[in-house]
Ligand binder design. Structure first.
Ligand code: ADP
Length: 454
């Protein structure tokens, strides 16, 4: 198998976001969790895969660790023939002066440069002889993230006035990305301004080449709308490495198709038949999720998981399991939710401590998932970013085939299982999804697997 695109994402939900956009743009896509092992068998669900997105946890770890994991992922993707590498980070350019965007981009470029014979470079892309060049395209106009004169905006606010200046791990106090990146790399950083993009793909490519000839390694790119992203995709499709947010991911597949690298696939998000019980586990306390829980409970059975009772011993979890089993046997879908309003969350946190309360819930959700999937649940929706992480690791999942989306940013996925039908999983971060998400998810799954058709 030869991949068209190999992506390295610096966190799990960012990886899913990119993978979702690639599928929507016509690519068949698998997401891998963590640096892949050599023996991972891609295509256990469908032998055709155009893109692999490796989800790392490299956004906020020390830069040397982020570099090491990214290089290991690169090696794996290159061994599978990936024509282009995409380093995916957040559309708000989440990073600090210590990294990790600059150091990872530098390391990837240097490794890619080192693996190409010099004569070939001299003949085909002489501008890369100096160490290569890549672009920085964080913009995601559909989500209100745009870049103008190298300055990142979130809706109508500059990044440093968008709330991101208060981020607990990577406060973004400067919206000028040329300056921000300049603090993360020893190499020159340039700009491809909107005025250049307005002249089209060829002019933009010529601008990048002129910068490369001047030794500019990183080029921050303006983009205000989808059209700008299309122009950029056309200009950068031949670069070995591109970097940015999932907006660029949505624009690149059309260029791959123009090059003849992609087969026309009518339904890139089609999934294998889904079998087994339908369960929803919710550990998110976001406003959107609380609404989804209330909506579900008006139509289907559900039971609350209480961290205070979990702390008292195993009886509460046993009762929850018994409730879930009984209702799954009756046909489901069933909901188990720790989701609670801010007062109840605060009470639990005061009694147990913030970390302990979260841990108890995450452990319980992981145990419920692994037990009930062993017993026959085959369609599982999880609400909450951390909660999803806990469930995925309790289930030992390393790869997800990405299917069609339920709501923006949330696709159905399937994890292959030895000797069994794949497990269908929808992992929703807290604030995503409409009010009827938990019920509609299962209808959408039927459509994606062909079961909802007449
Ligand atoms: P979101 O995507 O909405 O941020 P997460 O799953 O990432 O959701 O985070 C929610 C956190 O809150 C998890 O660590 C979870 O264990 C914790 N949590 C869930 N329910 C409760 C509760 N009732 N009391 C205290 N903590 C809770």
């Amino acid at each position: 198998m030869s991949l068209v695109l190999g992506a390295i994402a610096d966190d799990f939900t960012g990886a899913t976001d990119l993978a979702n956009n690639l599928v929507r743009a016509g690519m068949r896509c698998v997401q891998l969790i963590g640096v892949p092992d050599d023996d991972i068998a891609l295509g256990a669900i469908d032998t055709h895969v155009d893109a692999v997105v490796v989800a790392l946890k490299s956004r906020s770890c020390p830069a040397p660790d982020a570099v090491a994991d990214s290089l290991a992922a690169l090696e794996w993707l290159e061994a599978r023939g990936a024509r282009q590498i995409f380093f995916k980070y957040c559309s708000t350019f989440d990073s600090t002066d210590a990294g990790n965007i600059g150091p990872v981009a530098d390391a990837l470029l240097e490794r890619l440069r080192a693996t190409e014979p010099e004569e070939r470079l001299r003949a085909t892309q002489p501008e890369r002889l100096g160490g290569g060049q890549t672009v920085m395209v964080p913009a995601f106009p559909a989500n209100g993230r745009s870049v103008y004169q190298g300055h990142l905006f979130v809706d109508d606010r500059l990044l440093n006035d968008s709330g991101m200046q208060h981020h607990p791990l990577n406060p973004m106090t400067d919206a000028d990305l040329v300056r921000v990146l300049g603090r993360q790399t020893a190499h020159p950083v340039g700009l491809a301004a909107r005025s250049v993009l307005a002249r089209g793909g060829d002019a933009t490519r010529a601008h990048l080449e002129a910068l490369a000839a001047d030794g500019v390694r990183h080029v921050v790119c303006d983009s205000l709308d989808e059209r700008d992203l299309e122009v950029l995709a056309e200009a950068v499709v031949d670069l070995p490495l591109v970097t940015g947010g999932s907006g660029l991911g949505q624009a690149l597949p059309a260029q791959y198709r123009r090059r003849g690298w992609l087969a026309e696939v009518a339904e890139p998000g089609r999934l294998a038949p889904a079998v087994g019980g339908a369960l929803v586990l919710s550990g998110s306390c976001s406003r959107a999720t609380l609404g989804q829980v209330a909506h579900f409970l008006a139509h289907h059975p559900g039971m609350a998981l209480d961290p205070l009772q979990l702390a008292e011993g195993g009886a509460h979890l046993d009762a929850t399991l018994a409730f879930a089993r009984e209702n799954l046997a009756a046909g489901g879908p069933v909901l188990v939710y720790a989701s609670a309003d801010p007062e109840r969350v605060k009470a639990a946190q005061q009694a147990l401590g913030v970390a302990r309360a979260g841990e108890l819930v995450e452990q319980a959700l992981g145990l419920l998932a692994s037990t009930l999937v062993d017993e026959g649940v085959g369609r599982l929706v999880v609400a909450g970013g951390e909660s999803s992480g806990a469930v995925v690791s309790a289930l030992g999942i390393r790869q997800l085939r990405i299917g069609g989306q339920i709501d923006p940013g949330v696709p159905w996925t399937q994890a292959p299982r030895q000797g069994q039908a794949p497990l269908s999983l929808a992992l929703k971060s807290g604030n995503f999804g409409g009010e009827d998400f938990f019920t509609r998810a299962f209808t959408v799954l039927d459509e994606l697997t062909g079961e909802g058709r007449t």
